[in-house]
Ligand binder design. Structure first.
Ligand SMILES: Cc1ncc(COP(=O)(O)O)c(C=O)c1O
Length: 460
């Protein structure tokens, strides 16, 4: 019997029109944006794969929660509903809402004595690293050597041998161990529960006075839990909520950008077990975000987060989400693009450096592919390579990330992206290198002005 397709497990009640553009118009738009896709207006984009953060579609129940949202300054029932859901999911004792994930990170880094300390991680997200460094500590990523090899299921794991060496070397200077699930810095690869357990065991074997705090950066916890349930033999088939809880149970603290797996447009969460830490966080939260029963958010946002966290562990939702990214990854591979595998749920990554061997990393091959996707099909993506990281990208892959917003695009949108990708693959040897004309002091990829070294091929 023919295998049935995995369908989007939702119907569409509200639609947003997409303005269709043609290649000559897009060429003018891209030139005006100085070849920086962050400078393109969103209504000039046909399929927007710039990020999966804050771009998801909320459900009818989430919108209903938005109406129910109570905006009392203190003690809003919306907070207590949010608090109950997050506590049940994570088992943490003290839950603080913040306006984004990075605010949770900043507050946590503010209340810890981090000066001259060391933070070890499977991969620090860039805002996490920036907050750690701003607090005077140094962050070290210890990913597996074969993280992007595509040969094993849990490329997001921390390298335990490297962790042992780093714990030995830095001793009681290690203040924090951060496990990011999924591991964004290695293409969103998942972290196994066995690896999280091994990290927790190592941390707990250190005498309490010198023991680092184990922090879970949990913004894609549900996507990680699904991979554990599918691919970790000892956990196969276990209920997703149980796996998620097992992940949180190993941590002392979590930070979460709710813009990902809570499927809302803004929000963050900080959760801790320790009373003294909670007391310090409360003071900082009030000073910088808001009263603890709303943090940096409106009551309606808290309702939407609570409902999103209930919905995200639905196995049919996660099955569809992984099916979409796997489908796009294999269509791009079939068209000849080297793609990072296994495909993460939140994004598919093209290895532009490998695909365009005529371009050196300094020629920004990832940005060239990203511009070609826009010129050919109005598809917006994001370079993750030399443009984003500058000299720090040396020796690393030149990637283009096609992030997939949650519950926004259908199979035919993904087919469209694959078809445009296939058209570009045919002319990829003709894609030009790019030069940076102007750049700011830091985070240059957001605002740098660029130009191609020779014209892009004509599309359409
Ligand atoms: C792994 C990870 N941690 C933290 C953050 C920061 O969250 P926010 O964008 O809500 O500040 C992100 C955002 O992309 C992320 O992917």
């Amino acid at each position: 019997m023919k295998k049935r397709p995995i369908i989007e497990p939702f119907r569409i009640k509200v639609v947003e029109p997409i303005r269709m553009t043609r290649a000559p118009e897009r060429r003018r738009i891209l030139e005006a944006a100085r070849y920086n896709l962050f400078g393109v207006h969103a209504d000039d984009v046909i399929v927007d794969l710039l990020t999966d953060s804050g771009t998801g579609a909320m459900s009818a129940e989430q919108w209903a929660g938005m109406i129910r949202g109570d905006e009392s300054y203190a003690g809003a029932p919306s907070f207590y509903r949010f608090d109950a859901v997050v506590r049940e999911l994570t088992g943490m004792s003290f839950i603080f809402p913040t306006h984004q994930g990075r605010a949770a990170e900043r507050i946590f880094c503010d209340v810890l004595p981090l000066r001259d300390k060391v933070v070890l991680s499977n991969g620090l997200f860039d805002t996490t690293r920036a907050n750690i460094e701003a607090a005077g500590a140094s962050g070290f990523d210890l990913p597996r050597e074969d993280a992007l090899g595509g040969t094993q299921a849990f490329g997001g794991d921390i390298d335990l041998a490297k962790l042992d060496r780093a714990l030995e070397e830095h001793g009681d200077r290690v203040a924090l161990v951060v496990m990011t699930v999924t591991n964004n810095t290695v293409g969103g690869q998942a972290v196994s529960l066995a690896n999280l357990r091994a990290v927790a065991e190592r941390v707990r074997s250190i005498t309490p006075a010198k023991r680092p705090i184990l922090l879970l950066d949990a913004c894609r916890f549900a996507e990680n839990a699904f991979r554990i349930a599918s691919d970790e033999p000892a956990e196969r088939g276990r209920p997703l909520a149980e796996i998620a809880r097992a992940m949180f149970d190993l941590a002392d603290v979590f930070t979460m950008s709710a813009k990902k797996d809570a499927i809302v447009n803004t929000g963050g969460i900080l959760g801790v077990r320790d009373q003294a830490l909670a007391d310090a966080i409360r003071v900082d939260l009030i000073r910088t975000e808001g009263f603890p029963t709303y943090g940096g958010l409106a009551g309606r946002d808290l309702e939407a987060i609570a409902q999103g966290l209930r919905e995200v562990l639905d196995p049919s939702y996660l099955e569809y989400r992984f099916a979409a990214s796997r489908y796009l990854a294999s269509a791009l591979q079939a068209a000849g693009w080297p793609v990072i595998t296994p495909a993460a749920a939140h994004a598919v990554y093209i290895d532009a450096g490998a695909a365009l061997p005529h371009l050196a990393p300094a020629d920004l091959p990832g940005q060239s592919v990203a511009c070609a996707l826009y010129l050919a099909g109005g598809i917006r993506t994001c370079e993750i390579g030399t443009l984003m990281f500058g000299a720090a990208a040396e020796g690393k892959r030149q990637l283009v990330r096609l992030a997939i917003p949650r519950r926004v695009y259908t199979q035919s949108h993904i087919d469209y992206v694959a078809a445009v990708g296939a058209e570009i693959a045919e002319v990829r040897a003709k894609l030009p290198g790019m030069r940076i004309l102007e750049e700011p002091r830091c985070l240059r990829h957001f605002t740098a002005a660029m130009a191609p070294l020779s014209p892009f091929p004509d599309f359409e």
